[in-house]
Design a protein around this ligand. Structure first.
Ligand SMILES: Cc1ncc(COP(=O)(O)O)c(C=O)c1O
Length: 397
């Protein structure tokens, strides 16, 4: 008598990976290297631990649910600087919600958007394919039918917005977009983002921008975001919610700290929903997060680190496996012919753990799976071990 939708869900990506590799022994005479998870291995800036330590007598206190005013202000100031928004466009007390990691916020966004239709037909949720798993669980459990939009090499690794049918758009209640995209690293242009937001406004759905990788880029200028599109189009933040996190930018996934920016009504409802369902961020975390959003020096160092890793990857891999240096993020999305097979061989023969692309995609209507030929490699280790992993990979594959 449990939730049938939940029973029908597939296991989460990493559980599937664990099952795939369960029977295999990794090659014994070399240290195992795990590049399957997007978890940065280097430390956050030292002030994070110092600030958290200062709060040692605060653990008896319930944190304020809506986030500290200082953190909301730091987030509003950060987006205002980052996207050169007009002063006052983002009102910290009304337009910023503090979330305990964007995973939780992105999940809540589906419940925020999806509502029963008058026709009784299931509402639709547009999801890029491949995709971050939370979009799927969130939309299906909120009662929507997912529609997967291919984001292949042929479409520039982003969904082709012109290819979405009118019938689909008419029933759509939410669309998730990720830029820079996980796993392909494609960055949506300002024109693309404006088109997405115009579609959302025309068909009255919520555009959920997942911008977790916005600060890790290989391009001369930082990637544009949903807020650039809103600024260019006018109309405030109607039909838009933008998520960002410290997990990648500040190498702090352990803090579980992110934020959402949206219209006052959207943020009020998100906070209402979260007051029933989600955890507030601890006071220590909120203070550390305030400092992180107020500092760019450590972020510049992160970018430098990832750029050096990408340069090394280009040197080691050359043109193999369709290598390209993505515009953003910290992944490689490599065409190795058969991702699951390559993943097993890499673990068994080289003790290198990566993710089969098909664990991030859903099959197309004809049964083909665009992720099947790929593996995703998270370049989250130090330069030396990542170079060792990629070199081992070229030998095995
Ligand atoms: C595309 C994408 N969105 C969201 C998240 C969640 O990040 P967090 O919950 O740590 O903020 C991740 C984490 O890997 C991700 O890859």
């Amino acid at each position: 008598m449990l939730n049938a939708r939940l029973e029908a869900m597939t296991d989460h990506t990493f559980k599937r990976l664990a099952n795939l590799l369960a029977e295999l022994q990794p090659r014994a005479n070399v240290p195992p290297i795990n590049l399957s998870v997007g978890e940065p291995q280097h430390q956050p800036p030292p002030f994070v631990a110092e600030i958290v330590a200062r709060h040692k007598t605060d653990w008896n206190l319930y944190p304020t649910f809506y986030g500290s005013p200082e953190l909301r202000r730091a987030c509003a100031a950060w987006v205002t600087r980052r996207y050169t928004l007009p002063a006052g466009m983002i009102e910290p007390d009304q337009q910023v919600a503090i979330v305990a990691g964007t995973r939780e916020g992105l999940y809540s966004a589906a419940t925020l958007a999806i509502t029963p239709t008058e026709s009784g037909k299931r509402p639709l949720a547009l999801i890029p394919n491949p995709f971050y798993q939370v979009y799927l669980g969130a939309t299906v459990l909120a009662g929507a039918e997912p529609v997967f939009l291919p984001a292949t090499r042929a479409t520039g690794f982003l969904p082709d917005l012109d290819a979405i049918g009118a019938d689909t758009l008419a029933r759509t209640q939410v669309m998730y977009l990720c830029s820079p995209a996980n796993p392909q690293g494609a960055v949506a242009s300002l024109d693309y983002l404006k088109k997405a937001l115009l579609l959302a406004r025309k068909h009255d759905f919520l555009l959920v921008m997942d911008e977790c990788y916005s600060e890790l880029y290989n391009t001369p200028a930082p990637p544009p975001g949903g807020l650039d599109a809103a600024k260019a189009l006018g109309g405030g933040l109607d039909n838009l919610i933008v998520f960002n996190t410290l997990s990648k930018r500040s190498s702090s996934p352990g803090l579980r700290s992110g934020f959402a920016v949206g219209s006052p009504h959207t943020i009020m409802l998100l906070n209402r929903l979260r007051s029933y369902s989600a955890a507030a961020s601890p006071l220590a975390v909120m203070d550390a997060a305030t400092a992180c959003w107020s500092d760019e020096v450590h972020v510049e160092a992160m970018r430098k680190h990832y750029r050096a890793i990408y340069d090394m990857a280009e040197r080691v891999l050359g043109k193999r496996y369709g290598f390209y240096k993505p515009d953003g993020g910290f992944y490689l999305w490599l065409d190795v012919g058969d991702g699951e097979d390559a993943c097993k061989r890499l673990w068994g023969e080289a003790a290198v753990r990566v993710l089969p692309g098909a664990y991030m995609t859903r099959p197309n209507a004809d049964g083909s799976n665009d992720g099947k030929p790929y593996i995703r490699i998270a370049l989250v280790g130090d330069l030396e071990s990542t170079e060792a992993a990629l070199t081992r990979m070229t030998r095995v594959l």
